[in-house]
Ligand binder design. Structure first.
Ligand code: NAD
Length: 362
């Protein structure tokens, strides 16, 4: 089987962690043609658009991309290029495994949790009205006429759209994922006690979908603030979480913190036809070009990509190789060291090469 895959190195530390991931994937000798495209700050610096047409066309054609983090320049037309890519291709699922991999920095060694974040709606949809704007004033007038609760004149307003169709499809994805991956329980995370209509609709949609799967997958619901506390104290109680966009964003970072930091947090943005694989972390500009940061999140995102392509065996090998390097503890980047100033910390590419050595012996 041969594959054409769009690769976007990204900004800041992006090119380093993506190079490390390609080093690992290429070790399998698969017939992959990497089609390199740019976006974000790198593209602007080369006189292009933040999200160039060639990049969009390449993703559209190949249907699969591996992407490094992208810096959204402050004051640009986009809130975030990353959010723009997800919305443009309707990549409605953000899949984020949270696994401890025996990292010395993990707060618990036995965490193995799957986060399924809705990726297209909620406060992240970017429907916002700024302070002291005539459109905002018109909106406030309507709200104050029609709602029992009044909004202070002069307020800024962000809209939180949640639809039944988007909530049902994310719930359905989660249950189908659970069946395919032998997961036993899904928790719907919400704040429906306060946001009765928006989060209430998310929860109701989940509950309806859950009924169809109740014979095979257990489900429950947990209020998001309660989840935050329980995740710190008893993360082992959770198997899969389904969350609206904003809570998913925040809880993903909390999850990363539990297992040893952003350097281990992989991710996939999945739609009906297109999928873009990227680490959870950003472009960490102050670490750029130092061959210092942890590439594991991007390597593990590439493992998710291999699984998505149907190369399950190689995906498992890649994840196992990363796990073995971390468990062995000889080649660890600074963020996985108990002391972050540890002079024996490995570099980004060194970590990737250690993973390749493990792959050869699996
Ligand atoms: P960040 O994730 O880039 O960095 C925060 C801190 O986390 C870093 O200073 C570093 O200490 C640590 N860190 C991140 N990745 C690491 C790694 N691989 N190994 C070791 N340590 C790591 O977050 P930020 O500073 O808030 O954002 C910087 C830029 O990235 C912003 O422009 C933001 O918009 C962008 N961003 C992009 C994405 C994406 O492309 N998907 C996601 C988040 C943020």
């Amino acid at each position: 089987m041969s594959y054409n895959i769009t690769v976007i190195p990204g900004d800041g530390i992006g090119p380093e962690v993506v190079k490390a991931a390609l080093t690992c994937v290429d070790a399998f000798g698969l017939d992959i043609k990497w089609e390199e495209r740019i976006a974000g700050k790198t593209s602007l610096e080369q006189g292009g658009e933040l999200l160039p047409k060639e990049t969009i066309e390449s993703i559209e054609k190949n249907k699969i991309a591996l992407k490094g983090p992208i810096t959204t320049p402050v004051g640009s037309g986009f809130r975030s290029i990353n959010v723009a890519i997800r919305q443009f291709f309707d990549l409605y699922v953000c899949l984020r495994p949270i696994k401890a991999f025996n990292s010395p920095k993990a707060l618990y060694k036995d965490i193995d949790l799957i986060i399924v974040r809705e990726n297209t709606e909620d406060l992240y949809a970017g429907v916002e009205f700024k302070e002291k704007d005539s459109d905002t004033d018109k909106l406030l007038e309507i709200i104050n006429k029609t709602s029992e609760k009044k909004v202070r004149p002069g307020s800024a307003v962000s809209i939180k759209p949640i639809s039944r169709s988007a909530s049902e499809r994310i719930a359905k994805f989660a249950f189908e994922y659970a069946l395919r991956n032998n997961r036993k329980k899904i928790s719907c995370i919400h704040k429906a006690n306060i946001m009765k209509y928006s989060d209430g609709l998310f929860l109701d949609s989940f509950t309806q979908v859950a009924q169809k799967y109740q014979a095979k997958v257990e489900s429950n619901d947990v209020i998001v603030d309660n989840l935050a506390m329980q995740l710190i104290q008893r993360p082992q109680n959770f198997d899969m979480l389904v969350l609206p966009n904003l809570y998913g964003d925040i809880i993903s970072d909390l999850g990363a913190g539990l297992v040893g930091g952003l350097g281990l947090a992989a991710g996939a943005n999945i739609g009906e036809k297109i999928a873009v694989f990227e680490p959870t972390h950003g472009s960490a500009p102050r670490h750029a070009g130092k061959n210092k940061v942890n590439p594991a999140a991007t390597i593990l995102s590439a493992a998710l990509m291999l699984k998505h392509l149907g190369e399950g065996e190689k995906a498992v090998k890649l994840e196992t190789a990363v796990a073995e390097v971390i468990k062995e503890g000889k080649v660890l980047t600074y963020d996985l060291k108990l002391n972050r100033d540890d002079r024996t910390a490995a570099g980004t590419q060194e970590f990737a090469e250690a993973v390749v050595e493990k792959i050869k012996n699996l």
